[in-house]
Design a protein around this ligand. Structure first.
Ligand SMILES: *Cc1c(COP(=O)(O)O)cnc(C)c1O
Length: 514
């Protein structure tokens, strides 16, 4: 361990990161109200001439108390804040399962074309034929890539798509007089949204364990099947980064028992253009456009999680959907035969449809397959470079698009997975996904995606290796104190999540999350 010029420790093998680790150019940014004062304003407004007469006593009695800032002051405040953001545009973002791939600028350019950006959902359809054609073409690509019969574009995120898919399954079973099916099978390695979705729809969730090799326990599925089971929610490739080798047998088993196969398609980016999930026997699968098809991520929006449906579920797709009419294309708006009606207002996230189709057309089918294969190659490269230092819980299979390590390499060091991830921040990298999936202790799930160059992967691996060796060498303090080079140090994340301070009050002496 060495010290940087502020006397803060920094890694030894990472001299090229000395600059990024140095926070002296990123001072703590005060709040807008702490910079400005009410004495002056960046704009000159004439005195209001409106009298309070029409407000009937509801007029403001106190000064507005806005922070007055000049334009350069306001500009610099927001610019400095923006520099505190770590983003996919500023560096590698190896969050496993989240697929933080590059968002191509071409997508942004096309999404800003006035014919897409400036239209309104209530415009007459005759004036938005191009937008409807785009939705139609996107639907065609999604159905072709998955070999399925229908697609619901409207869900606004993967989790929302799960809800829609399971609602379609529920509606299909109701129509078939099968409403007594109340159990949904969910592997223990599943994302939390899977059991949450099933429970939200009133199903009881039966957990299916993983085998010692990281794949789902097929015998346990067989044992759990009965005339009470509505569906399985299976992720493939699974959250341990492994392609389920018996997925076709599982689909057959599920169908023979009269149940449906919901596939969590969050990891479709590992196999797009190579494997069509419809060929594996899936009945419904959401596709996170922000994972597989390069649209931006962001806080449950602007997301889009279209759901593809098998022939058996196609009649239960929600409205609206694009269809041909004598005058051209139209949106089927009414619940004509749809048991579900709508799941969102209007037609969903148009801007994301444009970006996703732009990505598809700019890659072509072969380019999408290449991207998937490169993502898998990059994850296997990290596994090969780091496997001798980190512990690989499931070494039997090659990994797909993400590599899973557990915390057994840290045993006895006094360093936890959390500490390790925080130390990575000091070295200029966003941490990997931690403590997920739950099937291994102290999980670290790393997904580089195809976006990263070999040079970046090598730097990341060097940093990871240096940190692991330092932890093993007994330098626990570097980890337990991390991050040292950030404007905020170790946060009380529970307090930050449970008691967020969302409102500034001048006199408040509130508890702080840091
Ligand atoms: C991301 C993810 C989801 C949820 O998708 P959102 O678009 O974030 O709602 C579900 N399952 C898995 C495995 C995921 O990685």
């Amino acid at each position: 361990m060495s010290l940087n010029k502020q006397g803060r420790p920094t890694g030894t093998g990472t001299s090229e990161f000395a600059l990024t680790s140095d926070s002296s150019l990123l001072p703590n940014e005060p709040l807008l109200f702490e910079i400005g004062n009410t004495e002056h304003s960046g704009v000159d407004l004439p005195e209001a001439t409106i009298t309070n007469a029409r407000l009937e006593g509801f007029e403001r009695k106190m000064p507005l108390d806005l922070a007055g800032l000049t334009e350069p002051e306001a500009m610099r405040h927001y610019m400095r804040l923006s520099r505190l953001n770590y983003s996919i545009d500023s560096g590698m973002y190896p969050l496993g399962s989240c697929t933080m791939k590059h968002n191509p600028r071409l997508n942004e350019k096309i999404a800003r074309l006035p014919g897409f950006a400036d239209i309104h959902p209530l415009q007459p359809v005759s004036t938005v034929q191009g937008a409807l054609a785009l939705m139609n073409e996107l639907s065609h690509w999604l159905m072709t890539l998955t070999n399925t019969s229908a697609v619901a574009l409207t869900p606004k995120a993967g989790a929302h798509g799960e809800l829609l898919g399971m609602m379609a399954i529920k509606a299909a079973q109701k129509a078939a007089g099968q409403s007594h099916r109340r159990i949904v099978l969910v592997p223990e390695s599943a994302h939390g949204t899977n059991p949450a979705t099933a429970a939200f729809l009133g199903y009881s969730v039966k957990a299916i364990p993983a085998c010692a090799d990281g794949t789902v326990d097929v015998q346990a599925i067989k044992d759990a099947l009965s005339s009470e089971v509505a569906a399985i929610m299976l992720t493939n490739p699974n959250t341990c980064g492994l392609f389920e080798p018996q997925v076709i047998e599982i689909a057959k088993m599920i169908h023979d028992a009269g149940a449906f196969f919901y596939c969590d398609g969050a990891n479709f980016n590992a196999i797009v253009g190579v494997v069509r999930p419809g060929d594996l026997g899936i009945d419904a699968m959401h596709i996170n456009l922000h994972k597989t098809f390069s649209t931006p991520h962001g806080g449950g929006g602007p997301g889009a999680g279209p759901v593809v449906l098998s022939a058996a579920l196609a009649p239960f797709a929600p409205v609206p959907f694009v269809r041909k009419s004598a005058e051209g294309l139209e949106l089927a708006e009414h619940a004509e035969g749809s048991a579900l009606g709508r799941i969102t207002a209007f037609q969903g996230q148009m801007g994301m449809y444009v970006r996703a189709l732009t990505y598809m057309l700019s890659h072509g089918g072969d380019g999408l397959a290449q991207a998937a294969q490169d993502a898998v190659l990059n994850a296997n490269y990290i596994k090969a470079r780091l496997g001798h230092v980190f512990s690989v819980p499931f070494p039997d299979y090659p990994t797909m698009h993400e590599v899973l390590f557990d915390d057994s390499f840290l045993v006895g060091t006094g360093v936890s997975t959390l500490d390790f991830a925080k130390a990575l921040i000091d070295e200029g990298f966003h941490p990997m996904t931690m403590y997920f999936p739950l099937v291994v202790h102290g999980a670290m799930l790393i997904e580089p995606t195809e976006s990263e160059s070999k040079q970046t992967l090598d730097r990341f691996c060097e940093v990871m290796e240096e940190l692991a060796l330092d932890a093993k060498a007994g330098n626990a303090a570097r980890f337990t104190a991390a991050p040292l080079n950030t404007p905020r140090r170790r946060l009380d994340e529970t307090c930050a999540a449970r008691s967020p301070i969302l409102k500034w009050e001048r006199s408040a002496a509130l508890p702080q999350a840091f």
